[in-house]
Design a protein around this ligand. Structure first.
Ligand code: E4P
Length: 224
C-alpha cells in the first residue's frame, strides 16, 4: 500500500512526513486555493519538505490538450523528476496523457467515478487513476465497490496503472479499498491519525508504563 498525503498545508506535511511512511503529496486546485498563498512558493516548499525521492501530484488547470502538456512540462521542470500531473478524465485529458507519456512525464488521471473511465485512462497511459470514494458514497453510491472493480479490470487486462483512491472521510472507506487490493490512497492527516488509533492500544501502553514504574520507577532500559 502506498500512502500519500492529500493537502497543501505545510505544517501538516512536515508532521506527517516525519512520522508516517508516506510516499508523497497530492494537491488539487481546491486544496491549493485553500492555502491561498503564492502558488510556486507553496509547491517548492512542499518539494523541499518531502525531498526529491517522494511523489508530488499537482493538478493542471488547463482545458485544451496542448495547454495541459505545456503546464505539465513547466510543473515538472520546476518541481523535479518525481512529479505527476493530475489531469481530469475527458477527451483533452486523454489526448494530453498520450503526449505526456511520450515525454516521460507522470500522469495521474483524476476525477474518476466509474470503472470505464479508469480503464480508458489506463489504456491512454496514465500511471495512476484517482477514483473519488467519498463523493460517490455521499450520493448513495459505493465508492469502495467502484475501486474494487477498477482494480479487477486493470488486473484482468494486465495493465500497469495503479489505483490511487482519493476523497476519504473515514477509515472504513480506506480499509475497504486496501482490502480489495487498491495500490495507493491519498488521505488527510486526520485520517492517517485515525488509521493508527485504537482505545485498547492506549490502554495497553498505559498498563505497560504503570507496571514498569511500579517496580523500576523512572529508570529507562539504558539505566539498567
Ligand atoms: C485527490 O487528490 C482528490 O482531489 C481529493 O482527494 C478529493 O477529495 P474531496 O472529495 O475531499 O474534495
Amino acid at each position: 500500500m502506498i500512502y500519500i498525503l492529500d493537502t497543501a498545508d505545510l505544517a501538516s506535511i512536515k508532521r506527517c512526513n516525519e512520522f508516517y511512511p508516506l510516499s508523497g503529496v497530492t494537491t488539487n486546485p481546491s486544496i491549493i486555493a485553500r492555502a491561498n498563498t503564492d502558488f510556486w512558493k507553496l509547491l517548492l516548499d512542499i518539494r523541499e519538505i518531502i525531498g526529491d525521492e517522494k511523489m508530488l501530484h499537482v493538478q493542471t488547470t488547463a482545458k485544451k490538450a496542448e495547454d495541459i502538456v505545456s503546464e505539465a512540462k513547466l510543473l515538472r521542470e520546476r518541481l523535479g523528476e518525481n512529479f505527476y500531473v493530475k489531469i481530469p478524465i475527458g477527451e483533452e485529458g486523454l489526448k494530453s496523457t498520450v503526449a505526456l507519456k511520450k515525454l516521460g512525464i507522470g500522469v495521474t488521471m483524476t476525477a474518476i467515478f466509474t470503472p470505464s473511465q479508469a480503464l480508458m485512462a489506463s489504456v491512454a497511459g496514465a500511471d495512476f487513476v484517482a477514483p473519488y470514494v467519498n463523493r460517490l458514497d455521499k450520493i448513495g453510491g459505493d465508492g469502495a465497490r467502484v475501486v474494487a472493480e477498477i482494480v479487477e479490470l486493470l488486473d484482468i487486462h494486465g495493465l500497469d496503472t495503479k489505483v490511487l483512491a482519493a476523497s476519504f472521510k473515514n477509515t472504513e472507506q480506506v480499509h475497504k479499498c486496501a482490502l480489495c487490493g487498491c495500490h495507493s490512497v491519498t488521505v488527510t492527516e486526520d485520517i492517517l491519525k485515525d488509521l493508527i488509533s485504537y482505545p485498547l492500544t492506549d490502554a495497553a501502553v498505559e498498563g505497560f508504563d504503570r507496571d514498569w514504574r511500579s517496580v523500576y520507577g523512572n529508570k529507562k532500559i539504558s539505566d539498567m
